[in-house]
Design a protein around this ligand. Structure first.
Ligand SMILES: NC(=O)c1ccc[n+]([C@@H]2O[C@H](COP(=O)([O-])OP(=O)(O)OC[C@H]3O[C@@H](n4cnc5c(N)ncnc54)[C@H](OP(=O)(O)O)[C@@H]3O)[C@@H](O)[C@H]2O)c1
Length: 256
C-alpha cells in the first residue's frame, strides 16, 4: 500500500449511494467506485440505474443497482435490505436522492411537504437507523448526506426544500454524536448550484444561470465531478477525525 492508498483507498469497502443514477449521486458513486469501493446504486428508475451501473462496470468497477422508492418508510426498508444483497452490509452510505418541489410558500400543501420531508430527510434518517448501529458494532462506518445552500440561506423559493436540508445537517450532527466514538462518522456535503436534471427548469434561464455563477468565487457553476474528491475523502480512512461537519463544496458561493 502506498501512503495515498492508506489515506484514501476504498478497496474492500462497500458503499450504498441513493440517487446514484443521476447528477450528484451518480458523480459520487463513480468517485467511490473508482477509489475501489463496491457500490450499490438506489433509485426508482430502472433505465438510468442500469445505464450508470453498466458504465461503471465497463470501467472496471464493481457496481450493482437496486430499484427502490425512498418516499415511504416501507420503501426505505425494502430498498435498504435489497441494497445489502449484492455485496453485504455497507461501510459507507451516501444519501443523495432528493426532490426539489418549489411552489410559493403560501401554496405548499400536504403533498409537497410530505414528499419533500420523506425523501430528503426521513429516508436518510431511517437508513441511518438501519445501518448506523451495525456500523458502530463493527467499529467503522461513514454516513454522508447531500445538503444544499438552502439549509443556510433562503433563495429560489426555498420553501419545504430548505427546511428539509436544514434538518438533514442537524441529522448528521445527531448521528455523529451517537456513533463517532465507535468509528462511524456522519457528515454533510453542501454543494453550490450544480448543473443536473434537478434544476433543468432553472437552467432554461441563461441570465439566472450566469448570475448564480457570478455568486461563486471560482466563477462558474458546479458539475457533479466537483464533489468527487470531497466524497472520497469523507468515505475514506483520511476523514476519521472529521465528523458532524457540513462541508461546502461550492466554489466559494457560501462565503461571497
Ligand atoms: N443540483 C443542485 O444544484 C443541487 C444543489 C445542492 C444540493 N443538491 C442535492 O443533491 C442531491 C442530488 O440532486 P441532483 O441535482 O443530483 O438531482 P438529480 O440529478 O435529479 O438526481 C436525483 C436522484 O434522486 C433519485 N430519487 C428521487 N426521488 C427518489 C425516490 N423517491 N426514491 C429513490 N430515489 C429517488 C433520482 O432517481 P429516480 O428519479 O429514478 O428515483 C435521482 O437518482 C439532492 O439531494 C439535491 O437536493 C442539488
Amino acid at each position: 500500500m502506498t501512503y495515498l492508498d492508506d489515506l484514501f483507498s476504498l478497496t474492500g469497502r462497500t458503499a450504498v449511494v441513493t440517487g446514484g443514477s443521476s447528477g450528484i449521486g451518480r458523480g459520487i458513486a463513480t468517485a467511490l467506485a473508482r477509489a475501489g469501493a463496491a457500490v450499490v446504486l438506489v433509485a426508482r428508475g430502472r433505465d438510468a440505474l442500469d445505464t450508470t451501473a453498466s458504465e461503471l462496470r465497463a470501467a472496471g468497477c464493481r457496481c450493482e443497482a437496486v430499484v427502490g422508492d425512498l418516499s415511504t418508510r416501507s420503501g426505505v426498508r425494502a430498498a435498504a435490505e435489497a441494497a445489502t444483497e449484492p455485496f453485504g452490509e455497507p461501510d459507507v452510505v451516501v444519501s443523495s436522492a432528493g426532490v426539489n418541489l418549489r411552489p410559493p410558500m403560501a401554496e405548499i400543501g400536504e403533498d409537497v411537504w410530505d414528499t419533500t420531508m420523506a425523501v430528503n430527510l426521513e429516508a436518510p434518517f431511517w437508513l441511518g437507523q438501519r445501518f448506523g448501529p451495525a456500523m458502530a458494532a463493527r467499529g467503522h462506518g461513514r454516513l454522508i448526506h447531500v445538503s444544499s445552500q438552502q439549509a443556510h440561506r433562503a433563495f429560489v423559493t426555498s420553501g419545504a426544500y430548505g427546511v428539509s436540508k436544514g434538518g438533514l445537517e442537524s441529522l448528521a450532527r445527531s448521528q455523529a454524536e451517537a456513533w463517532s466514538a465507535h468509528g462511524v462518522t456522519a457528515n454533510t456535503l453542501v454543494p453550490g448550484f450544480v448543473l443536473t436534471p434537478l434544476n433543468e427548469r432553472l437552467q432554461e434561464d441563461p441570465g439566472r444561470v450566469a448570475a448564480l455563477a457570478d455568486r461563486t468565487l471560482v466563477g462558474r457553476n458546479s458539475v457533479p465531478d466537483d464533489l468527487a474528491g470531497a466524497a472520497v475523502f469523507l468515505a475514506s480512512p483520511a476523514s476519521g477525525y472529521v465528523t458532524g461537519q457540513s462541508i461546502h463544496v461550492d466554489g466559494g458561493f457560501s462565503v461571497h
